[in-house]
Design a protein. Structure first.
Length: 618
């Protein structure tokens, strides 16, 4: 396990053996430190990579922590001298006794924390602001069981778990299951920046931190650049210590920035690791090589093959406590494994930069669509829309057809427009799911989750509201679990310098136009680092470690067989339409491998998850 676990409110005769089993149920596979404290009504443990765990007591206060936490200096955006995890834990116990859960507002870094106050009968669980670390919990009357994952929770003899059909629907929509839901009806997962208070049989989850964007109307690059460069240095230095630390290097702006700064921190070439693919349109390893040469890194590469994917899919499915359909977890795992084989014990990931500084292509697309609202309403409603949407013969002209598509999308309100390309919506839920299964599902729930998050974003500008949305659904629920879980099973600790609070705070102070300016992505980031990053890196389009899943499922015999077996298994579960499953690997992949390949992968990983989790059945 890499996290905290335990229970409160129930005596267990074999507490030590139960805690040992819960610790073993996690995904961390490398050398670990595990610390445990038990009482008559509780047990508490932390386990994970060396240097990331601590358990301590101060009178009736018991604390377990895992991750890379630090105290944020009052009145600044920096940090105090980073304490050891054990020192942090002791101070947390002392401060909690005097200040209660308000101490969470002064904790930075990534962490999972469990605090038990025996005297008052209160349990507090919390995860960091972006949800790098995870806590899943189940309440059983006056008792609470918790752990890093549902797999850990289910080890407890009193824990239960039944599959939620709604969660499976949400999985097809998002390709993961957003917090606070899990695949099990009885379990919940803490959202990023949230804490759970459990007392007298009542549990309440609430945000202890929420992003707040100041959104100045204008500004000068030079006014923000020094603080930005200092924040980047702080973020990398706070996590990049030790020569056994390496970095993922995709060749994009974030990973290249971290690689360059890591070399500065070490005063020696940074150790960098990249993945390539022998597939046209997917392999961008030459960008990683450009950055490696520019910063003179100690660079290592590995080309992932279809056979590698076939070898790893079952391992990946077993490592996740609920279905997870992001195919780039495969190359992330092989990249982390490459670092581990080279003696690296901690990898730095560049995740977060796109979502802080406006780097995803969909932000530019939404900027373009939002321009439509600037046209006077009378022209839109009385001239443009009747001409483009009401005359089908005109719409057959190629340029007019493109304009029609633009208007149809631009008319949609946000955030429904943001999800307009969602695969499940495009196919139609009735064409994907079995009719009887779909009868018990709220098909409006996923968009309602998105609507609520968008409305709760504490931002006025379109770009910042999109960023806040992605902090939840793209980072906390998707990309961060992808990287942390891949590194866990590769026996490598992982940390994310871009999510250091000094960088996050600065990003929220920037004028919105600094993030996307007239359709140009990451405008401020690239301007501020123009003298640091290679020109080719600054001009590179976003890609990352994307896997050619559809092409390989279509063309590689072993993967095609695995996919066929998985879809046959799903057919017997009565969740999806048989016609869809029958045609997916035959005709659909031949028609459009990248498009239908995403669906085939998501479904294959769902069945493999069922297969590797014997307790899971609908």
């Amino acid at each position: 396990m890499s996290g905290v676990c335990g229970w409160y409110g129930v005596p267990i005769d074999n507490a030590q053996s139960t805690m040992d089993a819960m610790n073993r149920a996690g995904t961390w596979s490398g050398p670990a430190t595990a610390q445990i404290v038990t009482g008559t009504q509780f047990a508490l443990a932390a386990s994970g990579p060396r240097g990331t765990t601590a358990v301590c007591s101060s009178g009736p206060i018991h604390v377990a922590v895992q991750g890379h936490p630090h105290w944020i200096a009052h009145g600044t955006t920096g940090t105090q001298a980073a304490p050891s995890t054990q020192d942090f834990c002791r101070r947390a116990a002392d401060r909690y006794r005097d200040e209660g859960a308000t101490i969470l507002t002064t904790v930075g870094g990534d962490f999972a924390i469990a605090l038990i106050d025996e005297r008052r009968g209160i349990v507090t669980l919390a995860v960091d602001r972006f949800g790098v670390r995870s806590i899943v919990y189940q309440q059983l009357g006056d008792a609470l069981i918790f752990g890093e994952t549902s797999d850990v929770v289910l080890v407890h003899p009193l824990a239960t778990g039944s599959i939620s059909g709604q969660a499976l629907y949400d999985y097809l929509y998002f390709h993961m299951i957003p917090a606070p839901a899990t695949v099990y009806r009885e379990h919940a997962r803490l959202q990023a920046g949230h804490a759970l208070k459990f007392a007298s049989g009542n549990s309440t989850s609430s945000a202890y931190w929420r992003p707040r964007f100041s959104e100045p109307a204008s500004g000068r690059i030079d006014d923000f650049k020094p603080a930005f460069r200092a924040a980047l240095n702080t973020g990398v230095a706070s996590l990049g210590y030790g020569r056994d630390c390496g970095a993922f290097l995709s060749g994009g702006t974030d990973s290249s920035t971290i690689a360059g700064l890591l070399g500065t921190v070490h005063g020696a070439p940074a150790r960098t690791y990249s993945i390539g693919f022998s597939a046209a349109g997917y392999d961008e390893i030459h960008y990683a090589r450009i950055a490696a040469r520019h910063f003179a890194t100690d660079h290592h590469e590995y080309y992932v093959t279809p056979d590698d994917v076939a070898e790893a899919v079952q391992l990946i499915a077993a490592a996740f406590d609920q279905p997870f359909g992001n195919a780039s977890v495969i190359p992330t795992y092989f990249c982390a494994r490459l670092g581990h084989a080279d003696g690296v014990t901690r990898m730095l990931g560049g995740d977060g930069g796109d979502e802080l500084f406006g780097g995803n292509s969909r932000y530019a697309r939404q900027y373009q669509l939002a321009l439509y609202d600037r046209i006077p309403a009378v022209l839109r409603h009385r001239l443009i829309e009747p001409a483009l949407l009401g005359l089908p013969l005109i719409a057959s002209i190629p340029l007019v057809r493109k304009a029609k598509s633009y208007v149809e999308q631009a008319r949609l309100p946000m955030p429904a427009r943001y999800d307009n390309y969602n695969l499940l919506l495009r196919l139609g839920p009735e064409n994907v799911f079995d009719r009887d299964f779909l009868a018990g599902i709220d098909t409006t729930r996923p968009l309602a989750l998105v609507d609520n998050a968008y409305a709760d974003s504490n931002a006025r500008s379109l770009i910042n509201r999109m960023l806040a949305l992605d902090w939840r659904f793209t980072l906390a629920d998707n990309d961060l679990p992808k990287v942390t879980r891949a590194c866990d099973i590769a026996s490598v600790d992982v940390a994310f310098p871009m999510l250091h609070e000094s960088i996050v705070d600065l990003s929220m102070r920037l004028p919105p136009s600094f993030k996307v300016r007239r359709g140009r992505l990451r405008y401020f980031f690239k301007q501020a680092l123009a003298d640091f990053l290679p020109a080719a890196t600054l001009a590179k389009q976003k890609h990352g470690f994307g896997l050619p899943a559809g092409l390989w499922l279509r063309d590689h015999a072993r993967l095609r067989e695995l996919g066929g077996d998985a879809l046959a298994g799903l057919r017997r579960r009565g969740i999806f339409r048989g016609e869809l499953l029958d045609d997916l690997l035959s005709s659909h992949l031949s028609e459009h491998a990248p498009y239908y390949g995403t669906l085939a992968w998501v479904l294959m990983m769902l069945e493999m998850w069922f297969h590797t989790h014997s307790r899971a059945s609908l």
